[in-house]
Ligand binder design. Structure first.
Ligand SMILES: CC(=O)[C@@H](O)[C@H](O)COP(=O)(O)O
Ligand SMILES: NCC(=O)COP(=O)(O)O
Length: 237
C-alpha cells in the first residue's frame, strides 16, 4: 500500500495572505486525516512564507497519522525537528531563497554530512528520508548515509508525463529497483497529481508514501468551485 501524505503548505499560504486564521491550518490537518489521508507533510522555509515554525509545533498534538517535516537541516530546522520528534524528517537541500524544491541531494559529495545528521535524527527515534534525483549513483550514495528512506524528486517525471512522454518514468523505476535491493524505503513527491499518480505508482515497486500538496490543493479548489458557487447563488436568489 502507498500512503498519501498531504502537504498543507498551500493552506498556510492562503491563511497568510489575509493575516488572520482563515483557513484554519490545524482544522484542515484534522479534516485531511478525517477524509482518509494517512499523513500530513509540511515544509517550513526559512522566510516562513507559508508554514511557520510555530505551526510545526502546533501540529504536533493535532496530527494523529504520520507527521512528516521536510526541509534543509540548518541549525534552527534541526533544533525544531529534534524538539517536535515527528514520525519522519525529510531532508531537502533547498537554497534559503528557493521558490520551491528544485534539486535532490548529491549523496556522494555530502555523504559524511548526511551520515552525521541522519544518525542524530535516528538516535532520537525519528525516521529519516532524503530527497534525491532519480540517478543510480545518488541511490547508492543514499544507502551509505544510513537513511531509512529516500524521497524520489518527481518534478521531471510530472513535466514529461504531462507532455505525453511516459518513458520518463524509467529512471524512477530503475532507482526504485535498486533502492529495494539496498533496503531503502521509497517515498516520492513534487508535482504528483490526479493526472499522473496512478501511472507513477504502477511503475514504482514498493512505493511506501507520496507527499502531495500543490496539485492536490488546486484540484480541491476546482472540484469544490461549482458546489460553492451554486450555494452562493441560492443564498442570493
Ligand atoms: C520536497 C518537495 O518537493 C516539497 O516539499 C515541496 O518543496 C513543497 O514546498 P513548497 O510548498 O514551498 O513549494
Ligand atoms: N515532498 C513533496 C511534497 O510535499 C509536495 O510537493 P508538491 O505536491 O507541492 O509539489
Amino acid at each position: 500500500m502507498t500512503k498519501l501524505s498531504v502537504n498543507i503548505n498551500k493552506i498556510a499560504t492562503l491563511r497568510n495572505a489575509r493575516g488572520g486564521n482563515v483557513p484554519d491550518l490545524l482544522q484542515v490537518a484534522k479534516d485531511v486525516e478525517k477524509f482518509g489521508a494517512q499523513g500530513i507533510t509540511i515544509h517550513p522555509r526559512p522566510d516562513e512564507r507559508h508554514i511557520r515554525y510555530q505551526d510545526a509545533y502546533n501540529l504536533k498534538s493535532i496530527v494523529s497519522t504520520e507527521y512528516n517535516i521536510e526541509g534543509n537541516p540548518m541549525d534552527n530546522f534541526t533544533k525544531m525537528v529534534l524538539e517536535i520528534k515527528p514520525t519522519q524528517v525529510t531532508l531537502v537541500p533547498d537554497a534559503v531563497d528557493a521558490i520551491t524544491s528544485n534539486a535532490g541531494w548529491d549523496t556522494v559529495k555530502h555523504k559524511d554530512y548526511l551520515k552525521d545528521i541522519i544518525s542524530e535524527f535516528k538516535r532520537n527515534g525519528i525516521r529519516t528520508s532524503i530527497f534525491v534525483d532519480p540517478t543510480l549513483k545518488m541511490i547508492e550514495g543514499a544507502a551509505e548515509t544510513g537513511t531509512d528512506r529516500i524521497e524520489l524528486y518527481t518534478e521531471e517525471f510530472a513535466k514529461q508525463y504531462s507532455l505525453g512522454n511516459k518513458e520518463a518514468v524509467k529512471p524512477y523505476t530503475e532507482c526504485a529497483l535498486l533502492a529495494n535491493k539496498l533496503n531503502l524505503g521509497i517515498n516520492a513527491g513534487h508535482d504528483l497529481s490526479l493526472e499522473n499518480i496512478k501511472f507513477f505508482k504502477k511503475n514504482i515497486p514498493n512505493l511506501l508514501e507520496v507527499s502531495i500538496g500543490h496539485a492536490l490543493i488546486c484540484e480541491a479548489l476546482y472540484h469544490g468551485l461549482e458546489k460553492v458557487i451554486s450555494e452562493y447563488l441560492k443564498k442570493l436568489g
